[in-house]
Ligand binder design. Structure first.
Ligand SMILES: [Zn+2]
Length: 523
């Protein structure tokens, strides 16, 4: 059974009562807009999105809430943002200006991330956390937290072993003196107002020394992280919410939040669906300026259906390693092509199910899908007509849908080659002269090349697959080691030791050039 269907089955069992009691279940996920959002956050967004989709299809009405957390403190000036932003450290993210001057900092990054979620085909209701505080939705839970401070400290200690300073209340007040939220401590609550002092060091900022009394409600203050998480379960009446595995350990943040939720807020914590990370390897992507592994940057490297293949194609309990400078992108296209084929052949397995979920049950009719890796080679052979070559692979003219698909793949292939592809996917025909690596071939290899030449001379229309078998036969006859044999072929045309699949590669070279070069190197 497909991994998401297993989770849904479990949810149906565990949340049977909730389904009967409520008109719609609530599914929730969130991300703090502390800077450009890493693509890893898409794993949670996609998990909750697909659960929402499957549940709805099975008659479980639900609302998928996605929170952009804009009330946490601004704690690092990210790469690419002006250093002068350091003056805002410690302020709530909604109170920090946007780097582009439009709206605030959290909206700048939060909206960009929300657009990626939508482009990936998920449609949560996106909201900003400060708005809910300002609207008074947290007032009750804040009051409960302030009156149960001792219990919260005890739970924190019992569950996670962390020793919080019991003299402070679980509340982060926005200082009326300096506007920072990370530098205050609330010391007393009289039932109406809290007394706070701004004298702490937090999020890279120092308190201003201000001291005052303020109402803890309506957006003047926020709850600290784990207490806030527990409170959100109640405030939004959440039924289903997972988190990254780093937070899901015993004694970890979720464990603490669940305990606080039950004991302090007297509320049942939501169904939990922890998930593994989506890691980005490629050095190019993690270090170079403006090319960080953000959700915006990664999603731009592939069409929506391939992004969904990345996000849904692996059980959430297994990590995903995405490396744009390796072969991850061609392999993702291959995976998509494979599950499409399975679906079109009428299979009833996890692959076919994945295809349905990628397209949310609006699957396209069967059509010819050219391999991405071959398109990536073809676009580098500027003497060829892409459409003619792909029609030859298919064995028939392309339909409109196929032409559109080809155009899309060619665009993404060019971008990938330009920005990330490893060298063995890139090549340049050495048209002017025989590359040095092919100038001194062994007599045995020269004989073998002579045989390839004769095969080509008698086959007017070369077929990549047939030529491929012929190459293997010629290699065996001539007794040359495979590595030496194929390297000699690539050296002859590309000046490299490796390249695209040899039979196919030779079959698409301009015929005159191919024969001429083989004559030269076999001399
Ligand atoms: Zn202050």
């Amino acid at each position: 059974m497909f991994w998401a269907d297993k989770i849904v089955n479990d949810i149906r069992e565990k949340l049977a009562d909730e389904k009967n009691a409520k008109s719609a279940l609530v599914i929730r996920d969130e991300k703090t807009a502390s800077g450009p959002v890493h693509v890893g956050a898409m794993r949670g967004a996609a998990l909750h999105g697909i659960l929402s989709y499957i549940l709805r299809n099975e008659g479980y009405e639900n609302t998928y809430l996605y929170e952009i957390n804009d009330f946490d403190a601004f704690d690092t000036v990210p790469h690419g943002v002006d250093e002068s932003f350091a003056e805002h450290l410690g302020k709530p993210l909604f109170a920090v200006p946007s780097p582009d001057g439009n709206g605030n900092y959290a909206e700048h990054y939060g909206n960009a991330f929300a657009r990626v979620i939508q482009a990936a085909g998920f449609e949560p209701h996106v909201y900003y956390s400060s708005g809910e505080y300002k609207a008074g939705k947290y007032n009750d839970v804040i009051k409960t937290a302030l009156t149960r401070a001792t219990d919260i400290n005890r739970i924190n200690k019992e569950v996670s072993g962390s020793e919080k300073d019991a003299a402070y209340l679980p509340l982060m007040v926005i200082c009326e003196g300096c506007g920072k939220v990370a530098t205050t401590r609330a010391v007393k609550f009289n039932g109406e107002t809290v007394h706070y002092v701004c004298d702490q060091e937090g999020s890279g900022a120092l308190g201003c020394g201000h001291e005052g009394n303020v109402s803890p409600y309506d957006g003047n203050a926020k709850l600290p992280w784990k207490v806030e998480w527990a409170a959100k379960f109640k405030v939004f009446d959440v039924d289903i919410e997972g988190e990254g595995k780093d937070l899901a350990t015993k004694g970890g943040a979720r464990d603490v939040a669940n305990h606080i939720c039950r004991e302090v807020f007297k509320w049942k914590p939501p169904y939990d669906a922890p998930y593994e990370f989506l890691l980005v390897d490629g050095k190019k992507m993690s270090t170079s300026k403006g090319n960080a592994a953000t959700a915006v940057a990664v999603s731009a490297l592939m069409p929506s259906k391939i992004f969904r293949t990345l996000l849904l194609g692996r059980d959430v309990r297994r990590a995903i390693n995405f490396d744009p400078s390796g072969d991850t992108i061609p392999l993702l296209f291959d995976q998509y092509d494979r599950v499409a084929q399975k679906y079109w052949e009428g299979a009833d397995d996890d692959d076919a199910r994945l295809f349905s979920l990628i397209h949310e049950d609006d699957e396209p009719e069967a059509f010819f899908l050219p391999r991405f890796s071959q398109i990536a080679y073809l676009v580098q052979m500027t003497h060829l007509s892409l459409e003619d070559e792909v029609a030859a692979m298919k064995g028939a003219p392309l339909t409109e849908a196929e032409k559109k698909e080809l155009e899309e793949r060619a665009g993404y292939a060019q971008r990938w080659l330009r920005e990330y592809a490893p060298d063995d996917f890139k090549f340049e025909l050495q048209k002017d002269a025989v590359p040095s690596g092919a100038q001194t071939l062994s007599p045995g290899m020269k004989t073998a090349i002579g045989k390839i030449l004769r095969y080509i001379e008698v086959h007017e229309d070369l077929d990549g697959q047939e030529l491929h078998s012929a190459l293997h036969d010629i290699r065996k006859e001539s007794g040359v080691e495979p590595a030496v044999f194929f390297s000699a072929i690539y050296q002859s045309f590309l000046g490299t030791d490796s390249g695209p699949k040899a039979g196919w590669f030779l079959s698409v070279l301009p015929r005159e050039f191919l024969i001429e070069r083989l004559e030269e190197v076999s001399k």
